[in-house]
Design a protein around this ligand. Structure first.
Ligand SMILES: [Zn+2]
Length: 258
């Protein structure tokens, strides 16, 4: 079945009280960029990007599955969802994408399609190498809290494509086909899991290469952090916690890439 003929789910209706449990109110973090912090610990980031040439927003990353109603409600205040771009196919980034597909097409990089439509990263993760407590906690949350399951991908984006006034940049390593978004005019980068600002228990930490057990290729992930540092961004918006701002953004990225 092609994407065009794949049945879509019905539109999402949700109750305000449930939406407030799933996500904090949208926060403006750059010109035309809104951050939704989702999940119980508010560490799951979904971004709404105002379309420069018309109404509506691009949704960048889909967070965990319980955030779908909050994403749709926040997007409606801004003219509705024009498209959903997944940074990569991991469970905690495609979470609400199957439900959001009722409202708009879902896109990702060609190299991320297999994970988005398939295992959600489980094909290559090495969770047996995590400490036992993290392994148990992650096993539960991936399956029951984060993952919304496979999502049909309607189209793809690659390096240099334009999305809501941002340029697509390829930052693979943590996951196959991980893409960020870069806007040179105010040096804003959305980079998802190019680096982590949380440790394996969800506690804040300075930017670091993602956990080796969850990476496709950690050496490549470090090269992608170096590629990001070379752009000399002023505001970097990651997939969990953040934003990363201030005078030493580039130095922190360079340290994470070493
Ligand atoms: Zn993640």
């Amino acid at each position: 079945m092609t994407a065009a003929t794949t049945p879509r789910p019905g539109p999402i209706r949700s109750r305000p009280r449930l939406r407030r449990l799933a996500s904090a109110a949208p926060e403006r973090v750059a010109d035309g960029v809104w951050l939704l912090r989702g999940g119980l610990t508010r560490t799951m980031n979904v971004y709404l990007l105002e379309e420069p040439d018309g109404p509506g927003v691009t949704v960048y990353d889909a967070g965990e599955k319980g955030m779908a109603g909050a994403i749709v409600a926040a997007a409606e205040q801004l003219g509705g969802i024009t498209r959903v771009v997944l940074s990569h196919g991991d469970t905690d980034h495609r979470g609400s994408a199957p439900a959001l597909r009722a409202h708009a097409d879902v896109l990702c990089h060609p190299d991320a399609v297999a994970q988005a439509e398939g295992s959600g990263g489980r094909d290559y993760w090495r969770k047996d190498e995590l400490p036992l407590d993290a392994r148990l906690l992650h096993g539960f949350t991936h399956r029951f809290v984060w993952d919304g399951g496979p999502v049909r991908i309607d189209g793809t984006v690659e390096e240099g494509d334009l999305v809501a006034g941002f340029e697509v940049i390829e930052l693979p390593g943590h996951a196959p086909g991980l893409v960020g978004l870069w806007r040179a005019r105010d040096r804003v980068a959305l980079v998802s899991d190019c680096f982590y600002m949380t440790d394996m228990h969800g506690r804040p930490q300075p930017p670091a290469v993602p956990l080796d057990e969850y990476n496709l290729d950690t050496a490549q992930a470090k090269r992608s952090i170096a590629k990001l540092a070379a752009l000399r961004p002023a505001i970097v918006l990651p997939g969990h916690l953040g934003p990363l701002t201030g005078p030493d953004v580039v130095a922190q990225l360079e340290a994470a890439s070493a």
